[in-house]
Write a protein that binds this ligand. Structure first.
Ligand code: SF4
Length: 344
C-alpha cells in the first residue's frame, strides 16, 4: 500500500476526498476501493488501478487460536511476516520493519535470510491494517503494536517513525502512542534521536545477556555497539523522557539462564526504571539453541523478584505455526529460491 501515492492521486480532487479516503482506510478498514461508495465509480476504479489497498496474504492460526500469523507479499514479491497475539483484553500486533535483517542474531530465523530492503511507510502500516480488518470481522480491535518483527526498526528509522505517525494520528489509525512499542537491538545514536521525538512511544531493548562476550555471540551488533555504549544511550533516553524501559531477555538453555546471569542482569538494570520481560526461546528445527527448562526460567525469575526487579514472563506464542520472528518468511524465501532455480 502506497499512502503517499494515494495522497498524490487525490491531490487534484476537492480536499474532502482525501479525508474520505483516510476515513475509509483507517476507520472503516475497507479492503478494496470499490467498497468506498462515497466516491464516484470512476475514482474508485482509478484508485484500484493506481494505488490498490488490497493486501496479498496467507494466514496461519495456531491450534490454541491465540496466535495468528500472516505472510504478506509485497508488490515486488518479497514476503514479510506480521503476527497477532491475542491476550485476554489485548490484541497485539507484532510488526516487521525490514525484509530480512542485516544484524544476523544467531538465535533468529530472520537474521539467516540476510537483508533485502527496508519497508516503506505504507508497507509497515498495512500490517496493522491487515489485522485491523481481520479483527473487525470478529468485532474486535487492534489494541497494541510492537515493532518487534523482522528487521531492526532503528535501521529504518524514518519510515518507522513515519508509519507511527499514521498509526497514532487522529485522522489515521488513532492508536495511542503509549500502546505502541519499538524494540531495538541497541543502536545508540538512534536511541538518543528517539529520546528527542515528540511522541510518547515505548522503548524496549533486546538485551538477552548482561555480559558483552555472551551478547556478542548472540547478537553480533554488540561488537559495533558494546553494552556500555547502549546503556549510556538508554540513560540519556530515560533522563530525557522519564519513561520506563523494557528489557527483553530470551531464555536460552545453558547460554544466558544461570544464577550468575540473573545476578549480572540485576546489576545492569538496577539504575533504570524498567521492566524485564523473560521470553522462552522459540526454537525452530534448525536452531542451534534450546529453550531453557520451565524450572530454570522459574528460578531465574525468582532471583530477579527477590532483588525487587519488575519482571514478567511472556507466554510463548504460536510454536505450531512458526511464530518466532522470521521462521515463516524464511521458509517462503527458501521456497521462492527453489522455485526460481528449479529447472522443471
Ligand atoms: S533478532 Fe531482530 S535484530 Fe536480530 S537478526 Fe532477528 S530481526 Fe534482526
Amino acid at each position: 500500500m502506497n499512502l503517499k501515492l494515494i495522497e498524490k492521486t487525490l491531490a487534484s480532487r476537492p480536499k474532502f476526498r482525501l479525508t474520505q479516503a483516510q476515513k475509509a482506510i483507517f476507520k472503516e478498514l475497507v479492503s478494496d476501493w470499490s467498497q468506498v461508495t462515497v466516491f464516484p465509480k470512476e475514482l474508485r476504479d482509478k484508485l484500484n488501478i493506481v494505488c490498490p489497498i488490497t493486501i496479498d496474504s496467507r494466514v496461519y492460526v495456531s491450534l490454541d487460536g491465540r496466535t495468528v500469523k500472516a505472510l504478506l507479499t509485497m508488490q515486488d514479491d518479497e514476503n514479510i511476516e506480521t503476527v497477532l497475539m491475542k491476550h485476554k483484553e489485548r490484541n497485539t500486533i507484532c510488526v516487521s520493519t525490514q525484509v530480512g535483517c542485516p544484524l544476523n542474531c544467531s538465535f533468529c530465523a530472520t537474521g539467516k535470510m540476510g537483508f533485502k530492503r527496508n519497508l516503506e511507510i505504507g508497507e509497515i502500516v498495512e500490517q496493522v491494517l491487515f489485522f485491523g480488518r481481520y479483527l473487525k470481522a470478529k468485532k474486535e480491535k487492534v489494541t497494541n503494536i510492537v515493532f518487534m518483527g523482522m528487521g531492526e526498526p532503528f535501521l529504518n528509522y524514518d519510515n518507522v517513525l513515519g508509519a507511527i505517525r499514521y498509526l497514532n494520528q487522529k485522522d489515521g489509525f488513532n492508536l495511542g502512542a503509549r500502546h505502541i512499542s519499538i524494540s531495538t537491538s541497541g543502536i545508540p545514536d538512534k536511541i538518543r534521536k528517539f529520546a528527542k521525538e515528540d511522541i510518547e512511544v515505548n522503548l524496549a531493548l533486546s538485551l538477552h545477556s548482561a555480559d558483552d562476550s555472551t551478547r556478542t555471540k548472540l547478537m553480533p551488533v554488540n561488537k559495533a555497539y558494546p553494552l556500555q555504549r547502549v546503556l549510556d544511550a538508554l540513560t540519556y533516553y530515560q533522563d530525557k523522557t522519564h519513561r520506563k524501559i523494557m528489557f527483553e531477555y530470551i531464555m536460552i538453555a545453558g547460554i544466558n539462564d544461570s544464577e550468575a546471569d540473573a545476578r549480572k542482569l540485576i546489576e545492569l538494570t538496577k539504575k533504570y526504571t524498567c521492566l524485564i520481560n523473560l521470553i522462552p526461546y522459540n526454537s525452530s528445527q534448525n536452531s542451534i539453541y534450546k529453550v531453557s527448562t520451565t524450572e530454570r526460567i522459574a528460578k531465574f525469575k525468582k532471583i530477579l523478584e527477590s532483588a525487587r526487579v519488575n519482571v514478567l514472563q511472556r507466554f510463548s506464542y504460536g510454536r505450531d505455526i512458526d511464530a518466532a520472528c522470521g521462521q515463516l518468511a524464511n521458509k517462503a524465501h527458501k521456497k521462492n529460491r527453489e522455485l526460481q532455480t528449479d529447472p522443471k
